[in-house]
Design a protein around this ligand. Structure first.
Ligand code: ADP
Length: 282
């Protein structure tokens, strides 16, 4: 019992430490990004390109920091659900569209199949954006070139229950997940170790957050997967229409703005024509 209590205490301390570190990173990073943004606007050519690269990389770290901060907010109960009533079909389309550049860059085809024109319902835009973005970013990340991703909306048959539900499915033709790991991927910091794909960046926080958000919104998240064939993640949410209507919702964008990787262009000096040339690719 003592040991269990100690472990629990240690876990709490660890969470606090992560949250504190994430918090400490936030302000300096935002300042670095802001300055680099200004330099990019004020200059052209190589300087602007380098500034762009700083902005891009700051965005990547800010994305992780935000994920960690949100997870600690959820764990402390300081991230309440804020419902609005709006068109889910249009909202999910906005999220999918914000990933089109990233999908093109990775040579993956992205399809959106809403199956209906409109669906007015209550949802928390911030949490839903983050959830669908996480699933989409994973789908693109774990799908090799030439693969496909389908985002669809489905109304499951609920003849036996008066409650209407909607499913948001994100299916990919990617590397898949071994069956014995399917229940573990929702655990904080858990990542599948696949030696064939050793360079996939990630922290193992994304799905934990989605799972927590779903619990807060009376929803669920399920996964089906076949290694080598692909995966399907399905979010199910209750359809209610009681919150105040908000016609147009903008994306927050913190989790979706994955810009193209900018590689700074360096000028070559003093090319001696006629000599053999060596191209070094890093
Ligand atoms: P991260 O992607 O940052 O590692 P997540 O919590 O989002 O963290 O995902 C946990 C793990 O689940 C990932 O490390 C990956 O092994 C696996 N996973 C998630 N989505 C997919 C997917 N679409 N295809 C294959 N594996 C996936």
């Amino acid at each position: 019992k003592n040991r269990a209590e100690q472990l629990q205490e240690l876990d709490l301390l660890k969470s606090k430490l992560y949250a504190n570190i994430a918090h400490e990173f936030c302000t300096p990073l935002t300042l670095i990004k802001g300055n680099a943004d200004e330099i990019e606007d004020e200059h052209e050519g190589e300087i602007a390109e380098r500034a762009k690269s700083i902005v891009h990389n700051s965005n990547k770290i800010l994305f992780l920091v935000n994920q960690m901060l949100n997870l600690s907010k959820v764990e402390e109960g300081g991230f309440p659900v804020r419902y609005v009533q709006s068109d889910l079909v249009a909202f999910v389309r906005l999220i999918v569209d914000s990933f089109r550049d990233y999908a093109t860059l990775r040579n993956v085809e992205l399809h959106y199949e809403p199956g209906r024109r409109q669906l007015m319902m209550d949802f928390d835009p911030e949490k839903l954006e983050e959830s669908v973005s996480n699933l989409l970013s994973n789908a693109i990340k774990y799908t090799p070139e030439g693969g496909e991703i389908f985002v669809s909306l489905r109304m499951p048959d609920t003849d036996h229950s008066p409650e209407r539900k909607i499913e948001i499915s994100v299916r990919d033709t990617g590397i898949g997940i071994p069956e014995d790991q399917l229940d573990k991927i929702f655990i904080r910091f858990y990542r599948v170790e696949d030696k064939r794909f050793p360079y996939q960046e990630g922290t193992g926080i994304g799905l934990t957050l989605v799972n927590e958000y779903m619990k807060m919104m009376n929803g669920t998240i399920l996964v089906n997967s076949e290694p080598g064939e692909g995966s399907e993640f399905v979010i199910t949410l209750p359809v209610t229409q009681t919150a105040p209507v908000e016609k147009e919702i903008r994306l927050k964008g913190t989790f979706t703005r994955i810009e193209k990787q900018v590689v700074p262009q360096f000028k070559t000096t003093g090319i001696e024509w006629g000599l053999p040339r060596l191209l070094i690719i890093e």
